[in-house]
Design a protein around this ligand. Structure first.
Ligand code: ADP
Ligand code: MG
Length: 607
């Protein structure tokens, strides 16, 4: 009996004592190994015709002996290779990585542990192998961490048979299920459906005997996997209905997706992707419970059901799969290298999603607007996130309401409609479209023929601040469009009004651009009134205040009244100023602090 190398022994013990719940992945590991071995022989067959054959993977169940065999006619291993490959984990990246980062559970679930996964379900493993081009066959056998033996054996064809002697079926450890044809078929479908070689098994079914009511049992060899995944098929040969059917069956979602697209690239990084925009955001999408990610396949083998690293947060609403052949050989061993590849893969996919959305904005605007109405907040969050690190990538696929029409507009479209003398992009933020349209500053800008973007999402104004500008055009709150009026004759009166409002405002000024309203409120500096409202709604930010300016319309008749009061009755002017301030608060969508007092003051004025 030979001993395993120290590291292998540790991994083996981990497998034998595994409490991991998904022990079923052992089958995926064995099938992947068989597929790799077939790939190798297939490659040889390109130049050596004696290597050519019908490549296949067979599964055999023996209920009486309680064994499962996974058999391939691939390249096989000779005595030395059996020792090297199954007796040691040659510089196993997986294992090193584990020590540093991951729990056993994650390690096994996400990246597999290869051949040793067999020991999660078997207490004895017998491998019979004959290497392509050699005459002798060998048998490798092990009952666990004590060690293994290698001895001569018989095998007619090249390839490998891995025979698992299942552990006894107990209350805690169910192994009987792996003797069920149905269960094995299910596992192959789940993990190995897209292995390109046929995976066959002798299957039993019942059929009515001809001319009688009796049933007879028939046995026939069936191919369990569908081999060519939908995302690898030629796009022109796959119908929309095929894509929809795949979506329904994979995600159990009966709502038709808003959009889907298949993408593939060749070159530095090869991948096929199939991405869906679900019809509705999952109910928990904007909570931390939501689990985002794309399914990651390496050459048709499922590696991870939801790989978060493949999608940025702001595209977390997408569903789909990514299959890369570049990950295949390294997936379980060269973790760190894989990590880098995963990043490159994620970057490529993000780019592709953005280009798809950009295209859609012109080719099928209706669909894109539906997508944006459902998921726009998430995309806008992407602009805002990380101090705008992604703003340049995303700024062209975000949409806003505007004063131009009741359709959504992109920043680019806004700019194309700008008047020649208009220097900046203007926006107004508020609780609802109605309240924004009523804002005095908006009326003023519209009167000049300037379009105003209407921001109603909480995130919108933060997005605008992060963007700052779009293609060289500054983005500003609409108040800035107004003309401040300097009228020295009113200086003293304005100073009195400022003083009478105490610390409510920093200043009272004139503004000629507020339509028919007598006054409006604006904010000076970074923090707007709308931002103040949003931030104060969060418990952590109570008490944040914007710097307020009360702006008075010099063309409004009320100014004349103010002038008279300034000369004759300063107390009355103080009351009038307070009323103007409260009105301006209401117009800005804010609350007056004392509404009863506000009504009393107005009544007094009009009586
Ligand atoms: P990995 O597949 O990540 O290399 P495994 O533990 O699954 O790690 O397999 C170890 C090695 O054993 C493989 O790299 C391969 O050389 C060899 N091997 C396993 N299964 C087979 C097989 N069916 N045919 C030929 N070689 C195999
Ligand atoms: Mg393997």
């Amino acid at each position: 009996m030979k001993k395993f190398k120290a590291e292998s022994q540790r991994l083996l013990e981990l497998m034998i004592n595994s409490i991991y719940t998904n022990k079923e992945i052992f089958l995926r590991e064995l099938i992947s190994n068989a597929s790799d071995a077939l790939d190798k022989l297939h490659f040889i067959s390109l130049t050596d015709s004696t290597a050519a054959r019908d490549f296949e993977i067979k599964i055999e169940l023996d209920k009486k002996e309680r064994t499962i065999a996974v058999i391939d006619n691939g390249v096989g291993m000779n005595e030395k290779e059996l020792e090297e490959n199954l007796g040691t984990i040659a510089n196993s990246g997986t294992f090193k990585f584990k020590a540093e980062n991951k729990t056993d559970e994650e390690l096994i679930g996400q990246f597999g542990v290869g051949f040793y996964a067999s020991f999660m379900v078997a207490d004895k493993v017998t491998v019979t192998s004959k290497k392509f081009g050699e005459n002798e066959a060998h048998k490798w056998e092990s009952c666990g961490s004590d060690g293994y033996t290698v001895s001569p054996a018989e095998r007619s064809e090249c390839g490998i048979t891995v025979l698992l002697h299942l552990k006894p079926d107990t209350e805690d450890e169910h192994t009987d299920e792996y003797l069920s044809e149905w269960r094995i078929s299910e596992l192959v479908k789940k993990y190995s459906d897209y292995i390109r070689y046929p995976i066959t098994m002798l299957c039993t079914s019942e059929r009515k005997k001809e001319g009688s009511d009796e049933y007879e049992e028939i046995k026939e060899v069936k191919t369990l996997n569908s081999r060519l995944p939908i995302w690898k098929r030629n796009k022109n040969e796959v119908s929309k209905e095929d894509y929809m059917a795949f979506y329904r069956s994979k995600y159990f979602d009966m709502t038709e997706p808003l959009h889907y697209f298949a993408a593939s690239t060749e070159g530095a990084l090869t991948y096929n992707a199939l991405i869906y925009v679900p019809g509705k955001a999952p109910y928990d999408y904007y909570t931390s419970d939501y689990k985002r990610g794309l399914s990651l396949y390496a050459n048709g083998v499922l590696i991870m059901e939801k790989c978060e690293d493949l999608l940025p947060d702001y595209f977390g609403f997408l569903r789909g799969i990514v299959d890369s052949s570049d990950l295949s050989l390294n997936i379980s061993r060269e973790m760190l290298q894989k990590d880098r590849q995963l990043k490159a893969l994620a970057a490529g996919i993000s780019k592709r999603i953005i280009s798809e959305f950009t295209k859609l904005m012109t080719s099928d605007r209706e669909t894109y607007e539906k997508i944006f109405l459902e998921y726009g907040a998430s995309i806008k969050f992407g602009v805002y996130e990380s101090f705008g690190a992604k703003k340049d990538e995303l700024k062209d696929i975000i949409l806003f309401r505007s004063s131009a029409s009741d359709k959504l507009t992109s920043l680019n479209e806004y700019v194309s409609r700008m008047r020649e003398e208009q220097k900046e992009i203007y926006y107004a933020a508020g609780r609802s479209l109605e309240s924004i349209e009523r804002m005095p500053q908006v009326e003023g800008a519209k009167a000049k023929g300037y379009e105003v973007l209407y921001l109603t999402d909480q995130i919108d104004e933060f997005v605008m601040k992060v963007l700052g500008e779009y293609n060289g055009k500054k983005i500003s709150p609409v108040g800035v469009a107004s003309q401040e009026v300097k009228d020295d004759s009113l200086k003293d009166m304005l100073a009195f009004m400022t003083e009478s409002l105490g610390d409510k405002v920093k200043d009272v000024r004139l503004n000629a651009d507020i339509g028919n309203y007598p006054a409006c409120l604006t904010a000076e500096g970074e923090l707007s009134l709308e931002m103040e409202r949003i931030l104060n709604a969060m418990p952590a930010n109570k008490g944040i205040k914007a710097t307020r300016i009360l702006e008075i319309n010099p063309a409004h008749p009320i100014i004349e009244k103010a002038k008279v009061l300034f000369e004759g009755d300063k107390d009355e002017l103080k009351k009038l100023t307070e009323i103007l301030y409260d009105e301006a608060l209401l117009l800005a969508g804010l609350e007056v602090s004392d509404s009863a007092n506000f009504v009393l003051k107005i009544n007094e004025m009009i009586k």
